[in-house]
Design a protein around this ligand. Structure first.
Ligand code: PMT
Length: 405
């Protein structure tokens, strides 16, 4: 785990609520301290049933706040004092209760009052029983809060403290630490650069009412576009059909077929610095599109297909200063296939996901990937939400862009 002093001088408020994952937060606070953060811990009443404030007092090196009516050091109003000084408020673990309160506008203790008064980013790290996490009310609250600009680290999947199996475990501490660092130190490090992202599936018409497509939802690509915009880049998002709302501030170009995507990508390529190709592009399209709906006749139907252009390979042949990042959706021999693809398409690196793994690939909110480089080096990453992964991809692309000069 990277414990460099990246958070030196950053005022981080850690809100601890009452869930069994509290015991993991002790390690997180210790790691944040090692990163140089100026830590201020607030514990709710139920959190104190699990762990005594003394634990966090020792680890953070400061008194722990437990009540709304404590005095702040300067006799200001405590919640306003903490809220205005914070560079980030992180709520970990975030219970269904605290999410519900904030989503409902309730501020009846110190933590929820600080959240209400905060002008800085607020990051929730939910951890709870799988059924609670899947409860439509909790899902709605999370969606509402995301829509209002609150940040989330998706919980992991596995065996939960209550014995149940499923999503609800507190996310990996490394992933939480990375999100905290990113939000508390908004780098804007892609300012001045143009990032082109392709996302979603393509659809290939068969006749006026039918088409061929794949399972891509656009989640991965939209996350890359959101991360790039957050880092200050000008973003061109070329999207196949998707129900997702494009991130704010991106230049969205909607396409349907691989040929349309090819044309737009090639046209915009000269103005871009970094290209991330998450789109799942159809390799073939029906050779002839029937002008009328095909009627059923015999027991079988044969269609003839023709090759679509390989957009990424074409970019690889034409790239000058650009950094090219491809994706590979694999179901077998991931490393061997990815090593071949990264070289064949002249990418700078490739993000390979085994789409048969739970929590990875099509439609999931998380992904499990390996970065594969042209020299054959492979860097595996743990399960993380797609937005965190998007930031990792862009950080790596920027590193290579700067190296290329
Ligand atoms: O959208 P989500 O539901 O979030 O799902 C994410 C994802 C699974 C689609 C994503 O993580 C992913 O793996 N995207 C790449 C899928 C894919 O098409 O892989 P591929 O191995 O077939 O293609 C390799 C690369 O070449 C890709 O970058 C692809 O965009 C590109 N390609 C492929 C074919 C083609 N004709 N032109 C291309 O540019």
């Amino acid at each position: 785990m990277d414990l460099s002093p990246a958070l030196a001088g950053k005022y981080i408020t850690v809100g601890v609520t009452g869930g069994i994952a509290v015991f993991k937060v002790a390690q997180l606070v210790s790691n944040l301290k090692a990163r140089g953060a100026d830590l201020h811990v607030i514990m709710t009443r139920s959190a104190q049933e699990f762990v005594r404030p003394l634990t966090f007092q020792v680890l953070s090196g400061r008194p722990v706040y437990t009540g709304l009516f404590e005095h702040s050091s300067h006799y200001n109003v405590l919640h306003v004092d903490v809220a205005t000084q914070s560079d980030l408020v992180v709520v970990v673990p975030a219970t269904a209760n605290v999410l519900g309160k904030v989503a409902g506008g309730i501020a009846d203790d110190l933590l929820t009052t600080v959240i209400m008064a905060a002008a800085c980013p607020v990051l929730f790290c939910p951890a709870m029983n799988v059924n609670m996490y899947n409860n439509p009310v909790v899902r709605r609250n999370i969606d509402d809060l995301r829509g209002l600009g609150y940040h989330f680290v998706e919980p992991g999947v596995g065996r939960l403290a209550c014995g149940a199996q499923g999503r609800g475990r507190l996310a990996d501490l490394e992933v939480i630490l990375e999100n905290i660092t990113r939000l508390a130190t908004p780098a804007g490090n892609l300012r001045g650069l143009t990032v082109m992202v392709t996302a979603g599936p393509t659809i290939e018409p068969i006749d006026p009412v039918r088409y061929l497509t794949n399972r891509s939802t656009g989640k991965m690509g939209y996350a890359v576009a959101e991360a790039a915009a957050g880092k200050g880049a000008k973003v061109i998002l070329i999207s196949g059909p998707s129900v997702l709302t494009p991130p704010r501030g991106v230049d969205i170009v909607r396409v349907e077929t691989a040929l349309q995507m090819f044309n737009v990508v090639m046209e915009r390529f000269p103005e871009t610095d970094i290209v991330v190709k998450t789109a799942a592009v159809a390799d073939y399209r029906p050779k002839d599109v029937a002008r009328q709906k095909i009627k059923k006749k015999g027991d079988t139907l044969s269609l003839e297909f023709t090759r679509n252009p390989d957009i990424l390979a074409e970019l690889g042949r034409n790239k000058t200063r650009q950094i090219l990042v491809g994706f590979a959706a694999e179901t077998e021999d991931l490393e061997r296939n990815a090593r071949q693809k990264v070289v064949r398409k002249n990418m700078d690196f490739l993000v390979a996901n085994d789409v048969t793994q739970s929590g990875a690939g099509f439609g999931a909110d998380t992904n499990i990937v390996k970065f594969v480089f042209p020299d054959g080096t492979i860097k595996p990453l743990p399960l993380m939400d797609k937005l965190t992964l998007a930031h990792r991809i862009l950080d790596n692309a920027l590193l290579l862009f700067n190296k290329k000069g």
